[in-house]
Design a protein around this ligand. Structure first.
Ligand SMILES: Nc1ncnc2c1ncn2[C@@H]1O[C@H](COP(=O)(O)OP(=O)(O)OP(=O)(O)O)[C@@H](O)[C@H]1O
Ligand SMILES: [Zn+2]
Length: 741
């Protein structure tokens, strides 16, 4: 039996991925060596008849429990998490009221979460022995191939087997060094897969920073914790600032972490970064990778092999020991907040990570979130601005096109179609933004008024004509298209509203001599597909781009001179108080795709309510003024970011149970802390999407003046709710909730 050295048996205190907010004690696996037990290692443990992957937190000598089970198996020799990253995960668990075991699960790439061996991805490295290291570069002159290999190892250190092959070193030369005991193989983590770079772009001289960019960069301290919000208009050269900051960090021998939105991690972005840092290893972590590739990239980053880590949300949890800066691009983007499981915000955690590591954090956006803007305006964050477009590009001209009472053709006003035609005829590119994929939002019967509802959600099915299907965009329910009304058997069914597929049909017909490129989730199953689709646009040919918000961000297409926003009204009348903010961000980002090169840009915005004050403010004064107005409105309504807000959510097949549970939760809350001007409760109320995948969804909303008080309250509520015995009911705490849906 393993002991802690003092004779008492060692007890493992483990974080297990179950919805209970505590650690669990186990005995070490049979026959394990206590000297080999280290916090941060993974173990297989038995739990309620299942086998789970848990992470070792602590080794103790006593447990409050009398009967302990042994863990089944030790998975790692080398711990996957060091002390600092464990402390970070614990902080996040406390803040988001989540079990720490679930945070480890969120932090690990899928393959490692499932218990695969980390060593499985180990690479063979050739390195010099002490004897080899003692040789001068001029040694082995009589065997030039061996000498070349020796010189490489002396200058650049150990080399991986595949890399040696790429460089053309022969197996014979390697064998010779091994035989002379000058070199040896060692196993170690793999280097991140090298990224392909644009031919010609690699090594291209970076642009000279303009005065604004220089000031921004100078304001970011080299090695001290600060948070800066970079509010820079679209095309103002924010990415260039990120690249310079990374350069500085790398020169200092440290690692840079760059977080990007889910749809922002395009091959184009990766190439731009790879081209700037030839010879540096870059680990890209995103959902488009195969499980093995992702685990490999994660492990190499954790083993200090990656200089730059670029990733979506969960990359925030990569253990980086030489972190030099955290940069969050498009910090306002909704994808930084996880919407199920542990509902963390990677953007907010970036600030905590930077504070722990004592390094600068840079949040950048043309359309900052109200949270970050509020912090910048009240001085908690440093507020940096880029007010002008970089290079020679000018801001685009924006015009509203009123659509009420106009003869529209598949949703487009005649003058809009005329402008598109003229743009193409001039040899330029046009971009049409439609925020809905599919052919049309739904199918309706002209005779009885039947609508195609989803049987599992409180929403309509979307018509996808090419696949001849009706699909639910919330639960992915699909059914074949019907020819007649299921209710009255009438054959006159109409497609209501516009979607990308329907607009594509009109535009392809209307502008038949130009390529029409449709970009949405249906046409771009993979990131590579998007890259390929956009190739003609990048080549600069006249073409028409048509798509959803996938087109709104990150793309730099200098020949796009016309942007059409087909319908600006969607978010102006939503019941979600954040909807205007999101609409403003989206419109500004889409508009920002126009005129990014030498040619001037124009934006046409179709609206039924051209007089709407918020729309007017946005289009006339820009997002900056619009967002500051929204902040004043939020202050009046006592909403975030002026108040802290959390939701307690519950969902169940039986609406009644979810409502009852939340009713009781609210009574518990009010008993702990009665409502007051500083602390307010709302609900239980149904979520905006009341039913999803067959479950009814409700929430109780809590807004508080003091975040700390809210935290303490929620911690006690979780203790109560963990006792909930209804297994068919799911509940969750959503701290800093972003969606009321
Ligand atoms: N100092 C500079 N001089 C000349 N060109 C520059 C300079 N800085 C950036 N650029 C160029 O301007 C264009 C826009 O820059 P960049 O992509 O960095 O802007 P951005 O603010 O990140 O854009 P967005 O937020 O709209 O995606 C790029 O082609 C970039 O190479
Ligand atoms: Zn559905």
């Amino acid at each position: 039996m393993a002991t802690d050295g003092g004779g008492k048996p060692a007890i493992l205190r483990l974080a297990v991925p179950v919805p209970l907010r505590r650690l669990f004690d186990y005995l070490p696996p049979q026959g394990s060596d206590s000297a080999q037990l280290l916090p941060g290692q993974r173990f297989w443990v038995p739990f309620g008849g299942r086998k789970l992957v848990a992470v070792l937190e602590d080794i103790v000598s006593e447990s409050p429990l009398a009967e302990l089970k042994p863990a089944l198996e030790q998975i790692d020799v080398t711990p996957l998490f060091d002390r600092q990253s464990r402390a970070f995960l614990h902080w996040a668990a406390d803040y988001y009221q989540a079990p720490v075991g679930e945070l480890y699960a969120a932090a690990l790439p899928a393959a490692l979460r499932k218990g695969k061996l980390a060593d499985h991805w180990a690479e063979q490295w050739l390195e010099l022995t002490t004897e080899g290291k003692g040789l001068p570069e001029s040694a082995l002159a009589r065997a030039p191939k061996q000498q070349a290999l020796l010189q490489l190892l002396l200058r650049d250190g150990r080399q991986s087997r595949p890399h040696l092959k790429t460089l053309g070193h022969s197996a014979t030369a390697i064998r010779a060094l091994l035989d002379r005991s000058l070199a040896q193989w060692t196993a170690g983590p793999t280097a991140p897969p090298p990224l392909s770079t644009d031919k010609g772009a690699a090594g291209a001289a970076p642009p000279r920073l303009n005065e604004e960019q220089r000031q921004v960069l100078d304001a970011i301290p080299a090695d001290r914790f600060t948070v800066s919000l970079l509010e820079g208009t679209t095309g103002s050269g924010k990415t260039e600032v990120y690249l310079r900051l990374m350069e500085r960090v790398l020169a200092d021998g440290r690692q840079a972490l760059l977080l990007v939105p889910e749809i922002g991690l395009t091959p184009q972005t990766l190439r731009r970064i790879a081209a700037r840092f030839p010879g540096r290893s870059i680990a890209a972590l995103h959902s488009g990778l195969a499980e093995g590739e992702r685990a490999r990239a994660w492990l190499s980053a954790a083993a200090d092999q990656a200089d730059i880590v670029i990733g979506t949300r969960s990359a925030i949890f990569t253990p980086l020991h030489k972190l030099g800066t955290v940069i969050v691009d498009e910090e306002h983007d909704g994808s930084f907040k996880q919407q199920d499981g542990v509902r963390y915000s990677a953007r907010d955690l970036a600030v905590v990570l930077g504070r722990n590591a004592g390094v600068p954090v840079l949040l950048g956006s043309a359309t900052p979130s109200l949270e970050s803007l509020h912090n910048a305006l009240n001085g908690r964050y440093q507020h940096l601005r880029l007010r002008h477009r970089a290079g020679d590009a000018r801001p685009p001209q924006i015009h509203i096109v009123p659509t009420l009472g106009q003869q529209l053709e598949e949703g487009f006003a005649p003058q809009v179609l005329r402008h598109v035609g003229e743009t193409l005829a001039r040899g330029e590119q046009a971009l049409v933004f439609i925020n809905r994929r599919g052919f049309a939002p739904t199918l309706a019967c002209d005779d009885c008024g039947w609508l195609a509802d989803c049987p599992h959600c409180s929403s309509k099915l979307t018509l996808h004509r090419r696949q001849r299907q009706l699909r639910c965009h919330h639960c992915d329910y699909r059914r074949p298209l019907v020819d007649s009304c299921p209710q009255c058997h009438s054959r006159s069914l109409s497609a209501l509203g516009a979607g990308t597929e329907r607009s594509e049909a009109l535009l392809t017909h209307r502008f038949a001599s130009y390529p029409v490129i449709r970009v949405d989730r249906d046409t771009t199953a993979s990131k590579q597909a998007l890259d390929k689709l956009l190739a003609p646009a990048r080549a600069g040919e006249p073409c028409l781009l048509l798509g959803t918000q996938m087109l709104a961000k990150g793309h730099h297409l200098p020949r796009v001179t016309l942007v059409v926003i087909q319908d600006a009204d969607g978010g102006l009348f939503s019941a979600d108080f954040r909807a205007p903010e999101r609409t403003g961000q989206l419109l500004e980002q889409v508009a920002g795709r126009a005129g990014r090169g030498e040619l001037a840009g124009r934006v046409l915005v179709q609206s039924r309510y051209p007089e709407h004050p918020l729309l007017q403010l946005l289009l006339e004064k820009g997002y900056g003024a619009f967002a500051r107005q929204l902040l004043r409105d939020r202050a009046v309504a006592q909403l975030p970011p002026l108040r802290a807000m959390a939701l307690v959510r519950a969902e169940c097949e039986e609406a009644k149970w979810a409502e009852e549970f939340l009713g009781e939760a609210r009574r518990q809350l009010e008993a702990l802390a009665p409502p007051s001007p500083q602390l307010q409760y709302l609900g239980p109320v149904p979520a905006l999407l009341e039913r999803k995948s067959g479950r009814f969804r409700f929430y109780v909303q809590i807004t508080a003046e003091k975040r700390g008080a809210l935290q303490a309250l929620l911690a006690r509520l979780c203790q109560w709710a963990e006792g909930n015995r209804n297994r068919r009911l799911r509940w969750a705490v959503d701290m800093d909730a972003q969606e009321l849906s």
